[in-house]
Design a protein around this ligand. Sequence first.
Ligand code: E4P
Length: 220
Amino acid sequence: MELYVDSANVKTIKELKKWLPIDGVTVNPSIISAERKPLFKLLDELLVLSDKYLHVQVISALKEDIIKEAERLHSISDKIIVKIPVSEQGLAAIKEIDTARIKVTATAIFSLTQALSAAKAGASYLAPYVSRLDSIEQSGVKLVKEMKYIIDKHQYSAKIIAASIKTSNQVKELLKTGVRAMTLSPEIMLQSHRHHLTDRAVAIFREDWDSVYKKFELDS
Ligand code: E4P
């Protein structure tokens, strides 16, 4: 299971990486814009923080421009996976790109057929937007389950990277589907790992110890 952080904030990612087994970083144009930094300088910084992959989304909307952008992003590093939304133009671009050379994450997936066509076209990752589906009274988790079924049944190599996750409960339900990857915002990353009962347990262990031994010394 690969774990990604959905952020372009270098300081925040560094802090999270101190204690969490994060494999890489995912960004989109909105996330990059929030940093107000020059794109390629920022990508260099994010690459250093991405042990496995840095998923970077194209900004262009037309097939030929998307392909040029994909080539440019790929030329920076093999660690960059090019995120392409599954619009008509996006799917056309995925179909045309040599996906054995330039790895692609098909993103902004809202339907099973979009996922299927992106997998057939050669995408390495499929990113369904869980919360955005929930917000229109559909189920993001249900779509992920259906995607998992189709991918397994037809033995596509594409991995699902669950995206647009807004609650710890969604994290739990998505983990149970067997997704191969997940990207979490720093807020959800913290919220889904921290538990007040863990902190309480640690405090009680220490109180019990100190009540008998007064203090802990490694070489005593
Ligand atoms: C990740 O790849 C997506 O860009 C991201 O998860 C979208 O999330 P949002 O719905 O919070 O913008």
